[in-house]
Design a protein around this ligand. Sequence first.
Ligand code: ATP
Ligand code: MG
Length: 249
Amino acid sequence: MKKVLIKGKGICKSFSGVQVLDHVDIDIFEGDFTVIMGASGAGKSTLLYALSGMDDITGGDVEFKEKKISNLQENKMAQLRAEEFGFVFQQTHLVSNLTLLENVAVAGYACRTKNIKNVRERAVQILSQMHVNRAKERLPHQVSGGEAQRAAIARAVINHPALIFADEPTGALNKANSEEVLELMTELNRNGQSILMVTHDIRSAVHGNRILYLEDGKILEELDLNVYGEDDRKTRETKVSDWLSSLRW
Ligand SMILES: Nc1ncnc2c1ncn2[C@@H]1O[C@H](COP(=O)(O)OP(=O)(O)OP(=O)(O)O)[C@@H](O)[C@H]1O
Ligand SMILES: [Mg+2]
């Protein structure tokens, strides 16, 4: 049995009276590469923010490793996010006057309880794992979009997070860079990293082993797949696109 990392129970979220999440029950399991799909405006990002404590919810509960986190004080929540969660967005949100290496290292220094030893060396090592060796001493505006996003992934993993939240991580990248970023995420997952990714792109979604479909603020269906790489890519894409068609995607 897989362990539940994050449990959402009856999550509701409204913005000025408009309900965006409608009693969502969701379990995110350890070791999974979970993908959330759904049309634009379905509430995917809102759900990701709710589960990661980046935004408060208007109803229900969120638990992380069986502890309720939806009522944590903001400073406690920020600490939990810094130490247990990693984030990757469409934009890298790298600090513009720090080099890629410094950007990654700063996240390591921000983690108090895990006592990451030799932060700088670890940052160098992860950046090299992410194929950003040559660009690591440069500022974000001096590197390519793909390099910047790979540095953002390095920053997300430096503290050995329990879960990486990724919201359209390839949304701003061209096809080749997208594929490389997804391959890196898949490799991290193969090495045990749990990932929760939001996307509306089938080519990205096939990297997951579990796809949830969100519609009108509810989880409508779920598709379970083999681990990526165990089956033929074309077959996998067809399976996902047939499934999406059956949901009138
Ligand atoms: N801060 C906010 N204030 C008011 N409405 C919001 C806010 N954030 C999101 N919404 C609304 O909530 C709904 C869901 O938004 P959300 O960003 O979660 O969608 P999404 O599924 O991530 O879409 P996309 O694929 O376009 O990113 C949308 O109708 C959006 O306009
Ligand atoms: Mg979104």
